[in-house]
Design a protein around this ligand. Sequence first.
Ligand SMILES: Cc1cc2nc3c(=O)[nH]c(=O)nc-3n(C[C@H](O)[C@H](O)[C@H](O)COP(=O)(O)O)c2cc1C
Ligand SMILES: [Mn+2]
Length: 486
Amino acid sequence: MNASEEERERIEALSDLRRFVEILEARGELEHISGADPHLEMGALYELSLRDKYPPALMFDDIKGCPADRRVLTNVRFSRIFVGPLDLDAVIRHRAAGKWEEKPLAPQEVETGPLFENVILGDDVNIYDFPAVKWHDLDGGPYIGTECVVINKDPDSDWVNLGTYRTQMQDSKTLTVFIEPGKHGSLIREKYWSKGLPCPMAVSVGQAPILGIVAGTSSRSGVSEYATAGGRIGKPIKTVRGKLTGLPLPADAELVFEGFMPPPSEETRPEGPFAEWPGYYSSDGGPQPVLRVGAIYHRNNPIVIGQPPAKPTYPGRQPSIDGIAALWDALEGAGVPGVTGVWKMDGGGVRFINIVRIKQMYPGHAKMAGLVATGARAGAYLGRMTIVVDDDIDIMNPADVMWALATRWDPKTQTDVIDGCWTGHIDPALSPEKRASGDITNSRMIMYAVRPYHWKDEFPKVNAFETPFLDDIESKWTGRLKFLSK
Ligand SMILES: Cc1cc2nc3c(=O)[nH]c(=O)nc-3n(C[C@H](O)[C@H](O)[C@H](O)COP(=O)(O)O)c2cc1C
Ligand SMILES: [Mn+2]
């Protein structure tokens, strides 16, 4: 397959979940699992699938206790076809391609679509007719929405927002949707509540992969993620009108719950805890507003996308090329010159540990890079440390980064500790006192693991051979020496 055929197939897979399944099946990257128990067994199988950097998609069918035709598909967003190479070159290519939301394409409303193959209204609504998966043993209940698309509309404009916010099953007609304050879905619902009105809302739990991808990353306020998605695949997303709320729903979605979310003064339910991506349970069953479901729409044989978080040390928890590119953009945007690489260190997941590589050009340059990376939006949220290294360090290799720390970093003089930085409720190190007082901040350490600028020329020389000399010697001897031919 040449590069343009590969790209065409990628766009097809992004645009259509059923086509995605066909393509992965043909590539041998999808595994069928029949008869698994939604109570922890599916979650355990999911975790076992993360041994590979590109985990297989798992298609669960014949789920125990659930009507046989309802399926759950995992690892959509981590599939090789979407993610591609996971290295610094991928970050560089991503930055060069520019931002998706710069070319939005408005969605197109159609009369009907596969979503309306089955319409369930009012008294017939039963959320438990669909897979109620308890992914981890201390989760507060089954979660149907883990890579879902939560849809609501700004009451003061045409702006329709899509966001991925975890969705728990509470009873046969009630869901809770956990939205962190400040996220678009939360700002919009508060507008209805401030007028004493319930917020119209829909939750799609299986849809074109592109919709999950855009809903899980922020588009600008006022820009619909529908339009961002359309721009990305080069054709408008088709929508149908929800029968209760009039909200635009993806016409080929697999399963959508529609209803109204009254103000929290009217009703809340305990939500969570939930096993979150830092590798801990977080949010302690605090009250969350409820979505009263009045309609369910689904395709025949609906596929729910399941994407539970897991400890970030598994190979299948990939670095976020997007997030790394955003941090590099922020450094350049703030005028930091000489940045030759940005990465997130293994173990810290997609956020905690920033690594910035620079070609030092003047005294104070490393400090500028460290402070900007630590304070910029893309490096700040749920941060813990920033490590600044010289240009000769392989920042994708944790051993090389530790070597820079071990040999170039003087803890007393090359460290800053900064207090009161932006973190989140899922930060496991946030103390109960801070949580209770609403002080959702933490401290940061910036480590300048660089040769001190003012005596860098006297710093002992590195004793490893450099390319191209080493490459020349290797090619001269390869084939003649066993240790070079492995
Ligand atoms: C798989 C996945 C799960 C997520 N779960 C939540 C969640 O439960 N609550 C939340 O506030 N944000 C969650 N997020 C992050 C939001 O989806 C993200 O911040 C997005 O930009 C929100 O859309 P908005 O910018 O329109 O508010 C999740 C993201 C992903 C990819
Ligand atoms: Mn948004």
